[in-house]
Design a protein around this ligand. Structure first.
Ligand SMILES: Cc1cc2nc3c(=O)[nH]c(=O)nc-3n(C[C@H](O)[C@H](O)[C@H](O)COP(=O)(O)O)c2cc1C
Length: 383
């Protein structure tokens, strides 16, 4: 990839349904465990706001519980009641004011709920200490420190959870979100239904691939049907859970076909998180994500998101140029530098398509300060 490429794909617009992203840079959803009673606050405004002033095309806000029981930790955000809408609206209004599309990941933690924030550990929380009864396809704990045994979901529970996803998605729209991502990855509720390693049911929600996909497909269908036409709906999956006889890329491909038929707009390809005794997770690998994103986009024809240890703008650009994905999800590089797109625009020489916020453009942008930026390049290249 030439560093003087003037028409980078990373910095090209993308229109999905009625929504245009100014570039393909997506902030990957990242839990911050900073709420009380599921209500977002100044932390979320400032953090997500900084990614927007930093130039992201789309910010997908962190895993947000569709019901209180569906939070990972007591400090996770929620959209299970109307009072949670207005605090989120503050965030979406600011993101939009910066030309950034607001997105949100809605989630149900399943058997991995009722745990402490990750910076404290991984442990389950006793009910007497503010924890709750978790729920899953089967009454088996995740393992290790997540010792809580979930209740095996009845068919009535399953219907109620589907309705909770639909209601939360509609609250997200009322809060101003234009992109919704369903969290079907990382060993949370829906991914435990997908994998035969965790789904031991014998009813119509367990057993065959068709039955294991049923909950995810019903949620996707129910949510899509009630969303306004212009709202983009994507899904995050784990393409593999790294277990023998569990969920794999071939089953993901089949799932992707079915999601595409339900008018799901993109598939965000991650991995792992299902069981405690495997070596790989979504943070320490990216090869399988990136290969699967390319395979599924090519074979199924659904736009994909590539994610995992993408920090080098040239690598991001290469993925897009090779047709390996439509969106580039970036997590930790944004925590490290919320203005990552500024650096990426410099690296890819995308000065013609990248716009800094007005407040900065006059003093660091290419228009007024081309020489200053060129000197930065020169200094960097000489070192
Ligand atoms: C602090 C932190 C919190 C995360 N929370 C979520 C989450 O809420 N939902 C999710 O799907 N993935 C979550 N992830 C995974 C990221 O979205 C991303 O897939 C992962 O960090 C790999 O991308 P990266 O190498 O660019 O960071 C989290 C990752 C980090 C580091």
């Amino acid at each position: 990839m030439s560093s003087t490429n003037k028409s980078s794909l990373l910095f090209s617009e993308l229109t999905l349904r009625g929504i245009t992203l100014k570039n393909r840079i997506v902030v990957s959803p990242m839990c911050t465990y900073s709420c009380e009673d599921g209500m977002v606050n100044d932390w979320h405004l400032v953090q997500y706001g900084s990614f927007a002033t930093g130039g992201a095309g789309l910010v997908v806000c962190e895993a947000t519980g569709v019901e209180a029981r569906g939070r990972l930790a007591p400090q996770c955000p929620g959209l299970w009641k109307d009072e949670q809408i207005e605090p989120w609206s503050r965030v979406t209004r600011f993101l939009k004011s910066q030309g950034c599309v607001p997105g949100i990941q809605i989630a149900h933690s399943g058997r991995k709920g009722s745990t402490v924030p990750t910076w404290v550990g991984r442990n389950s929380i006793h009910d007497k200490d503010g924890g709750w009864q978790t729920i899953g396809p089967t009454a088996e704990a995740f393992g290790a420190d997540v010792w809580k045994v979930p209740k095996e979901a009845t068919v009535e529970d399953i219907h109620q959870i589907k309705e909770a996803f639909v209601a939360a998605a509609n609250r997200a729209v009322r809060a101003g979100f234009q992109v919704i991502e369903l969290h079907f990855a990382h060993g949370y509720l829906v991914s435990t239904f997908l994998s035969s390693a965790t789904n031991k049911r014998t009813d119509s929600y367990g057993g065959s691939l068709e039955n294991r996909m049923r909950l995810g497909l019903e949620i996707a269908e129910g949510v899509r049907k009630t969303l306004p036409e212009a709202v983009v709906l994507g899904v995050r999956v784990s393409v593999t859970d790294y277990t023998d006889n569990g969920w794999d890329v071939t089953q993901t491909q089949e799932f992707a076909k079915r999601l595409k038929a339900l008018n799901i707009d993109f598939l965000d390809c991650s991995s792992g998180g299902l069981v405690s005794d495997v070596n790989y997770n979504c943070l320490n690998t990216n090869e399988v994500h990136i290969k699967s994103a390319a395979l599924i986009q090519r074979e199924v024809g659904i736009p994909t998101g590539a994610v995992g240890k993408i920090t080098d703008p040239h690598f991001a650009e290469q993925i897009l140029q090779e047709g390996g994905a439509t969106l580039i999800f970036i997590g930790r590089a944004f925590l490290n530098n919320p203005h990552w797109p500024y650096e990426a625009a410099d690296a890819l020489a995308s000065e013609h398509t990248f716009k800094y916020p007005d407040q900065y453009d006059w003093c660091i942008g290419w228009k007024g300060f081309a020489k200053w930026r060129k000197d930065i390049h020169k200094d960097r290249n000489n070192n």
